[in-house]
Design a protein around this ligand. Structure first.
Ligand code: SF4
Length: 332
């Protein structure tokens, strides 16, 4: 898909015409300009020539077909992965990537191992949503929610991520309410502050994964610069400003961060905050062992008994390496 020439092609066109073009791409999800009959023939032929709507992608589906993963090849031949999770009742969540690789190097994450190749542009983020919106349209379904939990750290590609979010939530675009859009960060403090000043009620998720600095540092290099105390202060300020609930994501890794004392420590850390914990069983990326079902239950019970709201994340797409922490832009 090639939209970089779009502004140039539309120079001199009326606002009405531009809205028609945007609606065709981001709302009607057309894949062929010739089908957009409301546009004059001459404009359609220019768009055909300079603004291709083709997406070069390979689709992978899990055995239960609840998860689809697309490997999208970009203009410079870099590839990006994006994952669609199908919930019961016909609701669909899209997990998008915002970088090729990631500079944050979290020890449990296949993307982190790659290092950063480059950030994605707004168009390259949006093309992931367009690909799956087209696919779902054929099934008379739509994307209901979007999570920025794929490859990359969204708060380090702030401008492009926010521009993509504005298209996702626009009525002329995907028309997905901001309340159904979530950003997950490993803890970029100035980004958390910036997002609290946005006029959109987005959801914020924090990858915590450790109940103390020592454990967190062993898993996430960012914790060497930002202590948990500083992170909690940023979260408190975010909640004060937005009055929105924050999700703490917590991967459970056997023997590393899943002991009973960690659950107790975590409970104390976030007690009485407008937050909840989302427990995620570590998805194998080669380095660690996932917690046992028994220990996961124990960990959850300790949180619950200490008054902490807690949920467990369903493991989508494990058999196509599409689960949390497994995205690595490699054909599998
Ligand atoms: S978990 Fe997120 S921030 Fe950490 S390396 Fe992976 S993609 Fe980057």
């Amino acid at each position: 898909m090639e939209l970089t020439n779009l502004d140039k092609i539309l120079v001199g066109e009326s606002k009405f015409r531009k809205t028609q073009v945007e609606k065709a791409i981001y709302h009607d999800f057309t894949h062929d300009w010739d089908k957009v009959k409301e546009l004059p023939k001459e404009l359609r032929s220019k768009l055909n020539k300079h603004c291709s709507l083709d997406i070069n992608a390979t689709l992978f589906s899990s055995k239960d077909n609840l998860t689809n993963k697309a490997l999208i090849v970009l203009k410079d031949n870099n590839a990006v992965e994006t994952v669609l999770m199908r919930h019961s009742g016909g609701r669909n969540t899209l997990c998008v990537s915002c970088m090729i690789g990631c500079p944050m190097n979290c020890a449990f994450c296949a993307t982190g191992v790659l290092g950063l190749t480059r950030e994605l542009t707004t168009d390259e983020i949006i093309v992931q949503a367009i690909y799956f919106a087209r696919l779902l349209k054929k099934e008379k379904q739509r994307i209901n929610s979007v999570v920025f939990m794929g490859m990359g750290e969204p708060l380090l590609n702030y401008e492009n991520v926010m521009a993509a979010i504005r298209l996702l939530q626009s009525p002329n675009g995907f028309n997905i309410g901001a309340r159904h859009i979530s950003i997950s960060t490993c803890g970029i403090l100035d980004g958390i502050k910036k997002i609290s000043n946005e006029d959109l009620p987005l959801n914020l998720a924090i990858s915590l994964h450790g109940s103390n600095d020592e454990v967190r540092r062993s898993l996430m290099p960012i914790a060497k610069g930002y202590t948990i105390a500083k992170l909690m202060q940023a979260v408190d300020e975010y909640i004060k400003k937005t009055n929105r609930k924050v999700m703490f994501e917590y991967l459970l890794i056997s023997g590393v961060n899943d002991k009973n004392e960690h659950a107790l420590e975590l409970s104390k850390l976030i007690k009485n905050k407008l937050t909840f914990v989302n427990l995620i069983r570590y998805n194998p990326t080669g380095k660690f062992t996932p917690s046992s079902t028994k220990q996961m239950k124990k960990f959850k019970d300790i949180l619950k008994n200490n008054g902490i709201p807690v949920t467990t994340r369903y493991r989508f797409g494990l058999d196509i390496n599409g689960a949390c922490g497994q995205l690595a832009s490699i054909k599998k």
